[in-house]
Each structure stands twice: as structure tokens, then as C-alpha cells.
Design a protein around this ligand. Structure first.
Ligand code: HAM
Length: 365
């Protein structure tokens, strides 16, 4: 009889893999609190509208990749494709972030995106993420980037490349969008089918397209920072200055815009050669996120790393997985009386934190 397989793009995590997962989670729990962050856990599904409004209804994530379903009450729910929208929603329920109260949190957990499965691209994958919500400061952006690099160092990934850029403020957008549309309209025949539509719907997504033909066109895109105000350029210069102060090495990548529409100002991504085509191990930036039923946008900065991709990087670097702890004691009993006594003995050992396994089936020695 054929066994039932897991759906494509999702994986089981077996006991021998757990120490590596724990190692990554433990590193997050050690590093992020050094910067004043505490752990938060939010639901795995949310109202669909949260992601539509929060991430942007024209992003690929929202348009094509969400797992959305109706519950018995006819409400549209979605498995979270990322953590920021849900975390900001949770934080706004207890704190007035719009009034400038800041909160620093980190999280782990599964995320869901209906992408074509490939190496490093899963439909259920796991993120370690952080949000510093309620702050507006170039120093906060630089500190977030520095914390990301500190975390990567802690898990042994020391040879990655950090790319940074600015997407401009929301007020700068219109000018930049006109500039981008003018550029792409002239080259529309060289773009993929999706991008031909994106030129009028959401031109930022063309800049972010990973298809080789589009990347070639994007490679010829002139620097758009000329469309940004002097305040925006000054903010970005301050971020870079703070990174220099912290001795964080980075490269300014003028074509980095990121795939989620809540970003404004600083964006960053970390790539690693061990990852192949899906080469980003982490990404983040400064955001202005508008949630359903909230007036003002919430400002913040944060990032997320893909746990599976961290492991691919570690494997490519030959970093050994930590060993698994297995019990050193196995109790075998001869006869029913011994079995009962050993059952109690095993219990006493475990209460003294001594791992042991007791044969329960009366098998021969
Ligand atoms: P993101 O770039 O969409 O950003 O995802 C962050 C990381 O999650 C990626 O760099 C990658 O390592 C991993 N990842 C994304 N999709 C997949 C996939 N299908 N399979 C495996 N790994 C994947 C965000 O999610 C933002 N919420 C980050 C953020 C937090 N920005 C501000 N705060």
C-alpha cells in the first residue's frame, strides 16, 4: 500500500535534526535580548485583510502565494506568509505604537507561501525575526542591521554579503515611480509577462523580479536616489555612518527594493554563496505599516532570517550539527518482579535528571 506523503514544499523535522534547530533558536534567545528584545508568539493564521493591507495587495506574496481559506463563520483567514504584520498587529493591541511608544520583540516560527518548491524555497518554512516597532531613527536601523550580523556570526556564518539601500520615504514615492515607469515602459518588450503588467500596477516589483531577462533590464536602471528628497538621502547617509561606527561591512546596492510594500527608507538583505539561486538568507528594513482599522501607519524596523537557509549556509561551510543527547542508561529486566522494580528505578533516575530508557515489553535480554 502506498504511504501518504507530506504535501510538496513542506518537510518533517526528525529527531536527529532538532539539535541544529535548537542551536539556532538558542542563539537568537542569547543575542537579541542583549539589544533589549523579548520573545513574542503570535497566531499562525490571521484575518486575510491584515496581510492585504499590511504587506500590500500588489505584492507577489499577497497576490499569488497566500494560503487563504474561509472558516465556518465565513471569515477569510490566511496562514501567515511572514511575521511583521501579525507582530505589529499584536503590539498595537497593547501599546500605542502610533504615539511613538517603542517595543522590541523577536519571534520564531513557521511561515507559509505557495511558491514553487526548490532548494531553499519551501511552502512551509521557518523564520527567526525581530521587530523594533514604534521607532523612527537612523541609529535604530543601523543597530538592527548590526544585530543581524551579530546573530549570523553567532551561528557561524561569517562570510555573507550585506546589501543596503533606501527605498525613499512614502512622499518620495510618486517621483520615483514616474521615473521607474518611464524607464521600463521603453523596455517593456524585454520584460517577462508578469512585469509587463507590473509596470502600470506596481513598478517596484519589476525592480525586484528575479527572472534573468528582467534582471538584465534592471541592471541598466540608473540610480533612482536622485528622485529622493535631501531629508531621505540624509537619513540614509546617517544609517551608513552608524554602520561605519559599528564597523559593519556593507555594500550599497541601488537596485535593492525588497518584495514587500511596507518598506520605506532603509532596506537590507544578506546573501550567501552557499545558497545558489535563492541566495538571500535574511532580509529586512524600515517600514510604515498600515493595519486595517488603524488611522496612522506604524513605523518600525526589523528583519527575518530563513532557518532552513541558515542551515544550508552552515552545511556549505562544513559547520557540524551539534550532537544529539541520548540516554546513557538502558534498563533490562529479567522477570516480572524486576520489571516492576526497574520501572520505579527509572522514574527515580529521571527525577534526578538522569536520562534513561527502560525496556517495557519484556523482550529477551
Ligand atoms: P522576506 O525577505 O520575505 O522578509 O523573508 C525573510 C527571509 O525568509 C528570506 O531572506 C529567506 O531566508 C526566508 N524565506 C522567505 N521565503 C522563503 C521560502 N519560500 N522558503 C524558505 N525560506 C524563505 C520578510 O518576511 C519580512 N517580514 C522581514 C522583515 C521583518 N522586515 C521587517 N521586519
Amino acid at each position: 500500500m502506498a504511504s501518504i506523503l507530506a504535501p510538496p514544499g513542506v518537510s518533517d523535522i526528525f529527531p536527529d535534526e532538532i539539535p541544529r534547530w535548537r542551536q539556532i533558536e538558542d542563539a537568537a534567545s542569547r543575542i537579541f535580548p542583549l539589544y533589549g528584545y523579548s520573545e513574542i508568539r503570535t497566531p499562525i493564521f490571521e484575518f486575510t485583510e491584515l496581510f492585504q493591507r499590511g504587506i500590500g495587495s500588489e505584492t507577489d506574496v499577497v497576490r499569488k502565494e497566500m494560503y487563504t481559506f474561509e472558516d465556518k463563520g465565513g471569515r477569510s483567514l490566511t496562514l501567515r506568509p511572514e511575521g511583521t504584520a501579525g507582530v505589529v498587529r499584536a503590539l498595537t493591541s497593547g501599546t500605542d505604537l502610533a504615539a511613538g511608544v517603542s517595543q522590541r520583540v523577536f519571534y520564531f516560527g513557521p511561515m507559509f507561501r505557495g511558491e514553487k518548491p526548490a532548494a531553499g524555497r519551501r511552502r512551509q518554512f521557518h523564520q527567526v525575526g525581530v521587530e523594533n516597532a514604534g521607532t523612527v531613527s537612523a541609529a535604530a536601523d543601523a543597530e538592527s542591521v548590526a544585530m543581524l550580523m551579530h546573530f549570523l556570526e553567532e551561528v557561524g556564518i561569517v562570510d555573507s554579503t550585506l546589501l543596503v539601500n533606501t527605498r525613499g520615504s512614502l512622499e518620495d514615492r510618486e517621483k520615483a515611480e514616474i521615473f521607474l515607469s518611464d524607464f521600463f515602459v521603453k523596455r517593456v518588450s524585454d520584460l517577462c509577462e508578469d512585469c509587463r503588467e507590473r509596470v502600470s500596477r506596481n513598478v517596484w516589483r519589476v525592480v525586484d523580479c528575479k527572472r534573468p531577462g528582467c534582471r538584465e533590464v534592471v541592471a541598466g536602471l540608473p540610480d533612482i536616489s536622485g528622485c529622493f528628497s535631501s531629508e531621505t538621502r540624509d537619513f540614509f547617509a546617517q544609517v551608513c555612518g552608524h554602520l561605519d561606527t559599528l564597523s559593519v561591512e556593507y555594500r550599497i546596492e541601488p537596485r535593492l527594493v525588497r518584495g514587500l510594500d511596507y518598506y520605506a527608507h532603509t532596506v537590507f538583505e544578506v546573501t550567501h554563496s552557499g545558497l545558489g539561486a535563492q541566495d538571500s538568507v535574511a532580509g529586512g528594513g524600515r517600514y510604515e505599516i498600515t493595519l486595517p482599522n488603524t488611522g496612522k501607519p506604524i513605523h518600525g524596523v526589523g528583519f527575518a532570517l530563513g532557518v532552513e537557509r541558515i542551515m544550508l549556509c552552515q552545511n556549505s561551510l562544513g559547520i557540524p550539527a551539534p550532537g544529539q543527547k541520548t540516554p546513557e542508561i538502558f534498563i533490562v529486566s529479567l522477570g516480572d518482579a524486576a520489571k516492576l522494580a526497574n520501572f520505579a528505578l527509572a522514574s527515580r533516575l529521571r527525577h534526578r535528571h538522569i536520562p534513561c530508557v527502560c525496556g517495557l515489553e519484556g523482550k529477551s535480554m
